[in-house]
Design a protein around this ligand. Structure first.
Ligand code: TYD
Length: 319
């Protein structure tokens, strides 16, 4: 589940903006976090500065993965804050916990039950790679895991593909309705449906789900209508977890252009991709209370992203 703090940092990681949106309990947590690692009391402004640095420059330096580059960056910031480098490292290694939901990670009633996990992201965000890596790691843990995708291979999926490749024009409402039908089949098909796979004890990892309808079709027709018909449909399961791979649209488009001979309707324009990303993040805000959604910075190296995803998913499974 996205915490308020995480949403604020995603939207605009500047001290003024985050400060304005902080809840009282988050202010207390930030101050406690700082005091635990540094044994000092500081004003919230300084604490927030340290926290935002950890989320931005600190993460960036750590991602370089080379302590030769890493240490001077940390030392410089530690000096600026008037603390030791060790203190700043301790802050850095614990800052992620502040993003956690205030009531901790929601526990499933039956933690051994198979998981239904959805991956979302712009085209070219690396979903397929991460999905396959997660499936393999779940299997290595002794779980049974399989991958499904939307649009599916149903007849409706075929109609959708025709429209996506611009062979047959459809309105956004038609697309939303087609995706709804396809999603119901995805849930209930007696051979390859999600419910059947979960009942057989398989973890199901789906490449896209209703969040895509909210982000893509929500651009052209009434979002509330689309949300309503998907979320209230008795045949459509709610995932245990949605992982959104967040990438810079310019980057994902250049990955696509390198990979594909032709681009689909939503892949053609960087500004559309920018708008779609914004819509995904807006929709996650709306859904925050009812769904477990993790936004992952997927601009980082593949293995770093895969490790983070696996750490999150592991918290949902016992074996
Ligand atoms: P596809 O090439 O099949 O998969 P991907 O790009 O994810 O590897 O494209 C699926 C396209 O369908 C993608 O551009 C997003 C779009 N889409 C919607 O517009 N609405 C939806 O509800 C879903 C599931 C997908």
């Amino acid at each position: 589940m996205l915490s308020n703090l995480r949403l604020l940092v995603l939207e605009n990681p500047t001290a003024d903006f985050v400060m304005d949106g902080l809840e009282q309990i988050e202010k207390r947590r930030l101050i406690n976090w700082y005091e635990r690692s540094t044994q000092r009391s500081e004003e919230l402004k300084t604490v927030l500065d340290a926290f935002l640095w950890c989320c931005t420059d600190g993460e960036y330096a750590a991602d370089l993965g080379d302590s030769g580059a890493f240490t001077p960056v940390f030392k410089k910031k530690a000096d600026e804050l008037g603390i030791t480098t060790e203190m700043l490292l301790s802050l850095f290694f614990s800052h992620d916990a502040l993003f956690g939901d205030l009531n901790a990670i929601p526990q499933r009633a039956d933690i051994d039950a198979p998981l239904f996990i959805v991956f979302e992201g712009l085209d070219g965000s690396g979903k397929s790679t991460q999905i396959n890596m997660l499936r393999d790691r779940l299997k290595q843990m002794g779980r049974r895991a399989c991958v499904t995708a939307e649009p599916t291979s149903s007849a409706t999926g075929g109609l959708i593909r025709d429209a996506l490749s611009n062979n047959y024009k459809r309105t956004p409402s038609e697309m939303a309705a087609l995706f709804l039908i396809d999603r119901i089949s995805h849930n209930v098909n007696p051979v390859w449906g999600i419910k059947k796979l979960l009942n057989e004890g398989m973890d199901v990892i789906s490449d896209r789900y209703y969040y895509s309808s909210f982000a893509y079709q929500g651009m052209g027709t009434d979002l509330e209508w689309i949300m309503d018909m998907n979320l209230r449909c008795p045949d459509i399961l709610r995932p245990d977890l949605c992982i959104y791979l967040d990438v810079n649209p310019a980057r994902s488009r250049s990955r696509l252009a390198g990979d594909r001979t032709h681009l689909e309707i939503f892949e053609n324009d960087e500004s559309v991709m920018e708008e779609t990303r914004k819509r995904f993040l807006d929709v996650f805000k709306k859904l925050n209370v009812d769904e477990n959604i993790c936004v992952i910075d997927a601009n980082r190296p593949i293995n770093v992203v895969a490790d983070e995803i696996f750490n999150i998913v592991s918290q949902y499974c016992k074996k």
